[in-house]
Design a protein around this ligand. Structure first.
Ligand SMILES: [Zn+2]
Length: 120
């Protein structure tokens, strides 16, 4: 499977972890964060507490261009609840490892998770 195929698979699995997972989403970091925050607010109104999304994972269009060039893809993430961002990062890392995707992340919720594909 090529890198993009693995990313698709990863995003599918993240959705099963009660995350919104959006690829190639919005033009930049701040647009992506504000649109996803609205979507999470909507979800909170619509869904029961058990089904509510706990956050969102995404990469935006500039990230997608970088990915095509370098094989490196930065994932941004936000949490529905304040202070839970690190937990979302940990879920991403866990699911990426399960698929054998090399990652780089320092465990800091203010840093994005890097998927470090090489050569393919
Ligand atoms: Zn923008």
């Amino acid at each position: 499977m090529d890198a993009k195929g693995k990313v698709n698979w990863l995003f599918r699995n993240l959705r099963k972890r009660r995350l919104m997972a959006e690829q190639n989403f919005a033009c930049c970091m701040s647009c992506a964060v504000s649109e996803l925050s609205e979507m999470l607010d909507e979800d909170k109104k619509r869904s029961c507490p058990k089904c509510q999304k706990i956050g969102a994972v995404f990469y935006h269009r500039q990230d997608a261009q970088g990915f095509a060039r370098t094989g490196h893809l930065y994932l941004g993430y936000i949490a529905t609840e304040d202070g839970k961002e690190k937990q979302i990062g940990e879920i991403i890392v866990e699911e990426a490892k399960r698929l054998g995707i090399p990652i780089a992340w320092n465990g800091d919720a203010s840093d994005r998770v890097l998927l470090k594909f090489e050569g393919d």
